[in-house]
Design a protein around this ligand. Sequence first.
Ligand SMILES: *Cc1c(COP(=O)(O)O)cnc(C)c1O
Length: 850
Amino acid sequence: MRKVTEFRLEARPDIPEPISRLEELANDLFYSWDNGVRSLYARIDLPLWQKVEHNPKLFLRRVAQARLDEASEDRSFLAEYRSVLSSYDAYLDAEPVPEVVDNLAPETSLVAYFCAEFGFHESFPIYSGGLGILAGDHCKAASDLGLPFVAVGLLYQQGYFIQSIDSQGHQIARYHSHSSDELPIVPVEQDGTLMKVSVPFPGRTVTARVWEARVGHIRLYLLDTHTEENSAEDQELTLQLYGGDESTRISQEMLLGIGGTRVLQSLGLEPTVWHINEGHAAFQILERCRMKMAEGLEFEAALEAVAGATLFTTHTPVPAGHDIFQRSLMQHALGDYLGDSGLDFEKVFSLGAKNGGDSFNMTSLGLRGSRFHNGVSRIHGTVASEMEGDIWPQVPAAENPIGYITNGVHVPTFLAPEWASLFDIQAPSWKSELRNPQFWSFVDNIPDYHYWSVHKALKQQMGEFVVDQLGRQHRRNGTGHSITERMTRHLVSPDKDTLVIGFARRFATYKRATLIFSDLQRLEEILTNPDCPVVLVFAGKAHPRDKPGQHLIKVIHDLSMNPRFMGHIILLEDYDQAMARRMLSGVDVWLNTPQYPKEASGTSGEKAALNGALNLSVLDGWWGEGYDGTNGWAITPRDTELDAEFRNEEEARDLLDLLEYEMVPLYYDRAAQGYSSGWVRRSKNSMKSITPRFNSQRMVMDYVEKYYGPATAQGKRLSAEHGALAAELAEWKAKVNRAWPGVSLTICGSVSQTCAHDEAVEIRVEAQLNGLSASDVQVQCLIEPRCTGSYEDSGPGHVFLEYESESDGRTLFSARVPPSYPGLQTLKLRMYPYHDALSHPLEMGAMLWI
Ligand SMILES: *Cc1c(COP(=O)(O)O)cnc(C)c1O
């Protein structure tokens, strides 16, 4: 056959004047959470809107001129258009909420938020999963609340892979290139030319272009290397998210951390607090140290000044989530940059040391280069404190400075429009009451039949979506139409209202997607009972290099094709944000079975809950705080000391017990009205208890109060007067580090073993301070009740000993300690170095006990 060359030609429409701001709306990610904006495009041409996968910019380039002309003359369309615009303008005009202003004055503060991925919407595919969606939700909430905030990331031409699952259940990964003009970004110009930044790489300079995305009130800047100054190879550095090898990874992280910091500097922005969201972005610490050193500070002082203004968030206890680079790779990749910057390689390398290994851990760099640190749920905060405890070697993990803020989700993004409309009627101010748990009791006032009808409508939509999606999968795989029909028969009969359970997330092995299949015989009996059938819907991607994860996909695929389970197990391909919204708002139950304590937070269960679905989950991550006994179901994790197989079996049995004895009977306990009022009660409990606690506005406000405000103050204090206090602190730390190995602490005399309840006991200790002075340390008596063994670090649980006297290199401290508890208690004495300029009292990681 003759080869025919095809030339691409795109006839672009003109947007008529009366609706010209459609263009502006397409360039603000406001559309990703405002259903009104999206409805405008959908109304102009619904099939096209679906075809372009809800991408407004692409839509406006492909839409027929006639459609636009019609819309611009359609009175009812114009009325809707004006109403959407007026709410958009009102949104942009809104002032910051008062609690933000109290903590972060907009004129003098700025938060810079760095992350390797951002998930705003399916039309902007620069995310892979939870971390990216969380970062997107963080930006959206920062905009809602009016934070002074700027975000920095990378623009990946191909983003993350597109997944198909073939007829054998194998995952096929494809990549699709997106041209920048179909994404909601514009190039940043400066003085009439395109802004670029460059970063020294081994033997060359790599240049990055800079893009701006609008997210309501805030801006996100993205870098990419697809520009002619770079070699062909360097142009591909930002091709794929989490693609390539170690060398690609470290190159991307240099661009993000170093290049990203240079972007903010070129823009003339001076952040007062820097939030490093996961280790990928931690190289920014080096670049900021370089800048401080250029102003005349020594490296150690520069690090103090930088760290005091920095928050580091760690997101997973799973090793694969932490970048570790070999010494040789670090030397090669960063050698030229460090040489140019006057940074010493060994000093930098030691910032990434972990447990004495000769490699560089980005999480350790993040922790040593920041003075504020957090995990992402209560459980994860504890786990991270233990995992990263080596940074503060003498401090008990429970007391080290790693705190937590539990993740939340952006409600307007993930709440189905049908629920939003119902809330608009029931409680019109709900959007501004997202941090007010009392307010949400209004959910109880919604009549049950009305509540259930909304849920049922959404479930029906999901059913249609699944039919569509599965149909496409099976047509492509040649498995035929009749299979799709058999598979979806329970989903498409609204009169039966079958119990549907959803499970969708990355297929990483610790998430144990196949736990529910531990006892197939029993599961089959539960799922296929003709009086009360159950359908399981699965979706998710496994990283292309994660073979065990891909095996899970195959197992589920094979079961879904097995005649025993056909119609009761469904596997959808290419999970993304659009599919997430459909599934989360359509299922009755959202299942999560991670291996405790590896689910740092998890967020999809929160999205499900705000849409009325009930969580059935292992008590790990956010569910450890969210579950209250009435708002879903919990599987209690078995002791982590036990054998993994045994734990799986036990927890799987709990899961099937809950399913068989509680959920199925409750769901199908329908009276004449056709739904279970017990189920509706539980669902309402879930919606009203979870929505106001696990949303991103609550989360971002926690960040403001707990970290952004204090880090801004601390950063300013340390950097004032050319970093005078930072330099003093660095010198003091060096002095303490030299002296500490020779410091000792002993008790003077004895401590009485009994006292009256209203008396105090006299305690005296003697310290050898090895050249430090009494004001360099704090001596503390901890008082713990004997029955529980726990103590409070503040309040009556501790007493400081006062300096008394000094002679012959021996320093005496004493206190009269009143009993804090009735009866038996334990007293413990300890000393640690202390300076007023520390961000956290135990930040040195040094501590001596008697
Ligand atoms: C919310 C979300 C995730 C994260 O879900 P987890 O429960 O944290 O695993 C991943 N992918 C998409 C598309 C999401 O919307």
